[in-house]
Design a protein around this ligand. Structure first.
Ligand code: HEM
Length: 132
C-alpha cells in the first residue's frame, strides 16, 4: 500500500465522518444486507455503536498510515469466537456496505477512491477477521 492511498482515504473519510447520517446510512445498509447481521445488533445501543464505529474506521485508516495495531488487536479479540462470534465471511458484507456508503456521502468519490480504500484498510480488516 503506498502512502498515496492512505492520503486519499484520510481525506475521503474527513469528508464523511463528521456527518452523523453517514453512520446511520452505513448501519442501515449493513443490517439490511443480512438477517444474521441484523440479529447481532438487536440489543445494541445504536447511537453509541455509531460513535464507536467512527473511531473503529479511524483505527483502520491510522493502521494504513503505520500506527501500531494494538487497538485493532483488541477489536480482533472482541469480534472473535470467544467474543461476539463474528464469522469471517461477514467482513465482506461490512466492507461492501462501507464502500456503498462512502460513495453516497463523499462528493469526490470515484473508482480510484474505492480502490484506495480497499487497499488501505484490507490489512486492518484481515487482522480483525484473522483473530477469529
Ligand atoms: C473490520 C471491520 C469492523 C470494525 C472496524 C468494527 C468496529 C467495532 C467497534 C469499534 C466496536 C465497539 C468496540 C468493541 O465492542 O470491541 C464493535 C462492536 C461490535 N461489532 Fe464490529 N467492527 C467491524 C466488523 C464487524 C462485523 C463484520 C460485524 C458483524 C457481522 C460486527 C459486529 C459487531 C457487534 C455485534 C458489536 C457489539 C455490539 C454491542 O455492543 O451490542 N462488527 N465493532
Amino acid at each position: 500500500m503506498g502512502s498515496a492511498d492512505s492520503d486519499i482515504v484520510f481525506q475521503s473519510y474527513g469528508r464523511c465522518c463528521n456527518n452523523k447520517s453517514f453512520f446511520i446510512d452505513f448501519y442501515d445498509r449493513f443490517m439490511g444486507s443480512s438477517e444474521a447481521v441484523r440479529a447481532l445488533f438487536k440489543n445494541t445501543d445504536m447511537p453509541a455503536q455509531r460513535h464507536l464505529l467512527r473511531n473503529g474506521i479511524m483505527q483502520l485508516v491510522l493502521h494504513a498510515r503505520g500506527m501500531p495495531a494494538t487497538k485493532l488487536k483488541a477489536l480482533g479479540e472482541s469480534h472473535s469466537r470467544k467474543g461476539y462470534n463474528i464469522r469471517p465471511e461477514w467482513y465482506g458484507l461490512w466492507l461492501e456496505s462501507l464502500l456503498v456508503t462512502l460513495r453516497k456521502h463523499d462528493p469526490q468519490f470515484d473508482d480510484d477512491t474505492a480502490l484506495a480504500w480497499r487497499r488501505a484498510i484490507e490489512p486492518g480488516i484481515e487482522l480483525i477477521r484473522g483473530a477469529y
